[in-house]
Design a protein around this ligand. Structure first.
Ligand SMILES: Cc1cc2nc3c(=O)[nH]c(=O)nc-3n(C[C@H](O)[C@H](O)[C@H](O)COP(=O)(O)O)c2cc1C
Length: 178
């Protein structure tokens, strides 16, 4: 079969856009003072729910926080959490270890990444806030003792366009085994 048939123009265009989406994502930490409509939040999650997980266990749920007072309190837990105080909506990625005892953290990290990329695809910005070291976040969100908060993604309409941060080159990144 010809390459053209295997990889038609529409798919090639989609591949270029997908690469652009991946390469142009940034950590956005400053947001416009503007609500993200619930329909947009749902669209973001409609895309992100296609995240893969081991054995397709999907050992997760997402807590969507739009309450300003709660966002302010979450943002006060640690200096690195400050974007939560400024964002319009936050996505708490919650996993249940008993549903995927070996892979729950990996599964949750993939879902959080999908949410981050989905935000970008919908013209929104976001930043991953590390929640793994502080129990306060889970307490503020009222999680069950059996649940782990893998990440909070602070999100909103971007008020900045951060420059790209350096990355390892492919040569530094990859070791080949032939
Ligand atoms: C697991 C993880 C935890 C992170 N935790 C924080 C955080 O707590 N606060 C923050 O402002 N940024 C946090 N970040 C964002 C990183 O600093 C950022 O992704 C990195 O510097 C690369 O920049 P870029 O996302 O713009 O490419 C985190 C990112 C990841 C993947």
């Amino acid at each position: 079969m010809s390459r053209r048939k295997l990889f038609p123009a529409s798919l090639r265009l989609a591949a270029v856009s997908c690469r652009e989406l991946l390469v142009s994502r940034r950590s956005v930490r400053n947001f416009q003072d503007r609500d993200v409509p619930d329909e947009v939040v749902r669209e973001v999650l409609e895309t992100a729910r296609w995240a893969p997980s081991a054995r397709n266990a999907q050992p997760w749920r997402v807590v969507v926080v739009k309450n300003k007072e709660l966002l302010r309190r979450l943002g006060s837990v640690a200096p690195a959490a400050a974007p939560l105080s400024r964002c319009s909506v936050a996505f708490g990625v919650v996993v249940r270890p008993e549903e995927a005892p070996v892979t729950f953290l990996v599964d949750g990290a993939i879902l959080a990444t999908y949410i981050w990329l989905s935000l970008h695809a919908h013209g929104l910005g976001g930043v991953w806030i590390n929640t793994l070291r502080r129990p306060e976040y889970a307490e503020l969100l009222g999680l069950q003792p059996s649940e782990v908060l893998v990440a909070l993604i602070a999100a909103g309409y971007p008020a900045e366009q951060p420059a790209p941060k350096p990355r390892k080159s492919v040569e530094e990144l990859a070791t080949w085994i032939r």
